[in-house]
Structures are given as structure tokens and as C-alpha cells.
Design a protein around this ligand. Structure first.
Ligand SMILES: Cc1cc2nc3c(=O)[nH]c(=O)nc-3n(C[C@H](O)[C@H](O)[C@H](O)COP(=O)(O)OP(=O)(O)OC[C@H]3O[C@@H](n4cnc5c(N)ncnc54)[C@H](O)[C@@H]3O)c2cc1C
Length: 393
């Protein structure tokens, strides 16, 4: 059997690994942590809904057969010519590679944004956000400077809106524990586009605005950030927002290793693949998840979502095995389950299998989607143990 290496243990990498594991096929998976974190729930960790460890599943708890090898290392490059993955702990050769290193924040060239904002890029950075906010609120109790109580989120897409919902649940509790009047807190989300949540049906968006406004949050659309300096957001038109916490959730792009390693990439840095998830630059490399530039039948790139990443990862693994067995590979035709956006722990909004959904049903559907993912990843072993991993049901 050829040597298969997977880089990245996110949604795409873990689904590829789980597929190979189930088939008893040997492979090596390289990741910068020994756990798989649930990226789509990182806003919960940032908002303090649960302890950080609840969002991390030890990789070896999913891949328990001795046919798999886990290498904990930072991937630093892909040498296509020599079929080698370069890592912080040495080179790893491959016959087939599944590349699924995910995404990094996209700052759109806004001056100072990267330097002076926090972002949710992994579990550590999500926990860091919560600690930073806790610390700012503590500082307020010492010096009374109200800037410590101002939180500005940049970007009103899925991540920004979900994070805002968590903070609107968490901050009143934090205020209570520190005897800070809730009215003094300023939580605002700043979005350059004229609307929030473009992936959610237009008629459901007012529900989000209403829910957040009632809880004391502010949503500002059509408001462009020009520059960020330490503790200050400079908006188009000259207005400034001074805030002790600035968090950027406004965009993602693929990990730059792809362009640095000579793959054909789009403007978001994703590497072009054919319908089989095979790199157009090298037939033994399969690219899955947010790193892949895959197009639907109308030539539109698939959006960077966890559900696409999961299906791409599983297909990449399957197609490698089909190719090895000299059988035709299968094209990518993903199933669209819909988009669900949590607005805190109790309420959600979005669609499930084409049906619009909002309120408590939205939150329940989101909880259901967590169980479904755990089931797909590790069957009853993970889903049955769901109280250990982020389940409230
Ligand atoms: C807060 C938040 C909420 C979201 N909500 C949703 C949602 O509700 N629904 C949805 O469909 N999508 C959602 N998304 C998007 C979704 O999380 C991504 O589309 C998905 O994680 C992409 O999967 P992936 O496998 O490509 O990358 P990832 O899941 O990011 O995995 C990449 C893996 O590679 C590792 N890695 C990265 N660089 C290196 C390196 N150099 N060396 C070694 N390892 C490395 C990372 O640690 C990680 O384990 C959300 C994203 C965020 C941040």
C-alpha cells in the first residue's frame, strides 16, 4: 500500500482520517496539536460557555487503531518535486498527500488590524479572548476607565454574530460577579457590508437584530473600518471607537503555505482542485476543506464551511483508495444540510434541509448538528459520550 499522509486535523483532515481508520488503511496524520478542536464552536469557548477542554477531542481517541500514526508538528512546506512534507520535527515522505491545513484570518490590508485585534483562529486564541475580556473588566474595577468595558467586533458574518451571541450571554454574568452595572458595557459589531449574515435568508435577519438589540448589543452595518491603532478603531468618515477589546472576525483565507509551495491558488489563497478533490498541479495531492478551490457545476467556488470540509475530506480519502485499486474516482457532489447560526445558548437562526428556522428550534437544531458530527467522526463511541464534548442536551 502506498504511504498516505494527511496534514491538518480539522474537519476535513479528521473525516479523511476516520475514513482510512475504518478501512484499516495505514496513514500518518500531522497536526500542530494532539487534539482536534471543534472550530465551529470556538465562539462558545471565547464566550465562556464551557471550559476550553470541552472543545478538544484527543486525536488518538478518534483514531484508535495502530494502523495510524500521529505526528504533532508544525507543517512548514510541501516539496512537491520530492514528495515530502516539511515539518518542525523533520521531513515526512508521502506517496499520497491530503492537504487540509484550513484557514487563516484575512485582514484585507486594513492598516493595524492584524497587530491590534484579537481573532478566533484556534482553541488557544478563543480562550485568550475570554481571558482578555475578563482581565479588561477586572481592570475597570480598579481604575474605572470605561474603555475596558467596550468590546468591538469587526465582521457580522457567522463567526462575528455567533460570538456576539455568546458574549451577550456571558457579559451580564461577568458584570454581576464583579458588581459592574450592565448599562456601562458597550458591545458593538461593525460590518462594512449593508447587511449581516449574508448566508442566512434575508427575512430571518431582523430576528437577529431584534434579539441582540433587546439584550443590549449594537449591530452597525455599512460601516467601514479604515485603520486600527492600539485600542482604537478608525472608521470611514472620521469616527473613532475606543475599545479595550477589539476582535476581528471579518474574513478568512487559505493557509499561505499553499501559494508558498507553488500551488495554483485563487484570490483567497485556496489551491485549485478538480472534481475529485485532486490538485490540478499534482495528481497525488488531494486538497480538502477551506484550503480547496473547488467549483460547483456553475463554476462557483464552494464556500468555506465545516460541512463542505467534512465531505471533501471523506471523499479525498475514498478517492485515494479507489485510485489505488484502479477503480474510477467519485466526483464531489456535497449534500447541503443548511446553515445554522447560534445567537447564544438558547436561540438560533438559519435553515435545516431548506426549511427556515429560528428561536429555540434554531438552538436545538444546532445542538443536533453537534451530535451528528460526533457520530460521523467516531460513531456511538463519540456521540454516546457527548456530554464530555460540548453537548447540552
Ligand atoms: C467561530 C467559528 C464558527 C463557525 N461556524 C460554522 C458553522 O456554524 N458552520 C460551518 O459550516 N462552518 C462554520 N465555520 C467555518 C468552519 O469552521 C471551517 O469551514 C472549517 O473549520 C474548515 O475545516 P478545515 O478542515 O478546512 O480546517 P480547520 O478545521 O481549521 O482545521 C485545520 C487544522 O490544521 C491545523 N493546522 C493549521 N496550520 C497548521 C500547520 N502549519 N501545521 C500543522 N497543523 C496546522 C489546525 O490546528 C487544525 O487542526 C466557523 C468558523 C469559526 C471560526
Amino acid at each position: 500500500m502506498s504511504k498516505i499522509v494527511i496534514v491538518g486535523a480539522g474537519y476535513a483532515g479528521m473525516m479523511a482520517a476516520a475514513h482510512l481508520d475504518r478501512e484499516g488503511i495505514p496513514f500518518t496524520i500531522v497536526n500542530n496539536h494532539d487534539y482536534h478542536y471543534l472550530t465551529i464552536l470556538l465562539h462558545e469557548a471565547a464566550g465562556g460557555r464551557d471550559d476550553g477542554e470541552k472543545y478538544a477531542i484527543p486525536i488518538k481517541e478518534v483514531l484508535r487503531k495502530d494502523t495510524s500514526e500521529l505526528v504533532v508538528a508544525e507543517v512548514t512546506g510541501i516539496d512537491k518535486a520530492n514528495r515530502v512534507v516539511k515539518t518542525s520535527t523533520g521531513d515526512i515522505s508521502y506517496d499520497y498527500l491530503i492537504y487540509s491545513l484550513g484557514w487563516v484570518s484575512e485582514y484585507f490590508g486594513i492598516k493595524g488590524l492584524k497587530e491590534y485585534s484579537l481573532s478566533i483562529t484556534n482553541l488557544d486564541s478563543a480562550i485568550e479572548i475570554r481571558k482578555h475580556i475578563d482581565n479588561q473588566f477586572q481592570l475597570y474595577t480598579q481604575d474605572g476607565d470605561e474603555r475596558h468595558l467596550r468590546i468591538a467586533l469587526g465582521g457580522a458574518g457567522l463567526t462575528g454574530i455567533e460570538l456576539m451571541g455568546e458574549l451577550l450571554d456571558y457579559l451580564p454574568k461577568l458584570c454581576k460577579s464583579l458588581n459592574i452595572p450592565w448599562e456601562k458595557v458597550d458591545l458593538q459589531c461593525i460590518e462594512a457590508m449593508p447587511t449581516i449574515l449574508p448566508m442566512v435568508a434575508e427575512h430571518l435577519r431582523p430576528f437577529v437584530v431584534e434579539t441582540y438589540t433587546k439584550k443590549g448589543g449594537k449591530l452597525r452595518t455599512g460601516t467601514k473600518i479604515n485603520e486600527v491603532t492600539e485600542g482604537v478603531i478608525h472608521l470611514d468618515g472620521g469616527e473613532t471607537v475606543e475599545a479595550g477589546t477589539i476582535i476581528w472576525t471579518g474574513g478568512v483565507r487559505a493557509n499561505p503555505l499553499l501559494s508558498e509551495s507553488g500551488f495554483t491558488v485563487d484570490r483567497r489563497g485556496r489551491a485549485k482542485v478538480n472534481e475529485f478533490m485532486q490538485s490540478v498541479d499534482d495528481e497525488v495531492i488531494f486538497i480538502a476543506g477551506d484550503s480547496a478551490w473547488a467549483e460547483d457545476a456553475n463554476g462557483r467556488p464552494y464556500p468555506p464551511t465545516a460541512q463542505n470540509a467534512e465531505q471533501m475530506g471523506a471523499l479525498a480519502a475514498k478517492n485515494i483508495l479507489l485510485r489505488e485499486r484502479r477503480r474510477p474516482m467519485e466526483p464531489f457532489h456535497p449534500r447541503d444540510w443548511g446553515t445554522l447560526c447560534s445567537l447564544g445558548a438558547e436561540v438560533g437562526v438559519g435553515s435545516f434541509m431548506g426549511v427556515p428556522i429560528k428561536g429555540v428550534m434554531g438552538a436545538l437544531a444546532k445542538e443536533g448538528s453537534k451530535a451528528k458530527y460526533l457520530w460521523e467522526l467516531g460513531g456511538m463511541r463519540l456521540a454516546g459520550n457527548r456530554s464530555k464534548y460540548v453537548m447540552k442536551l
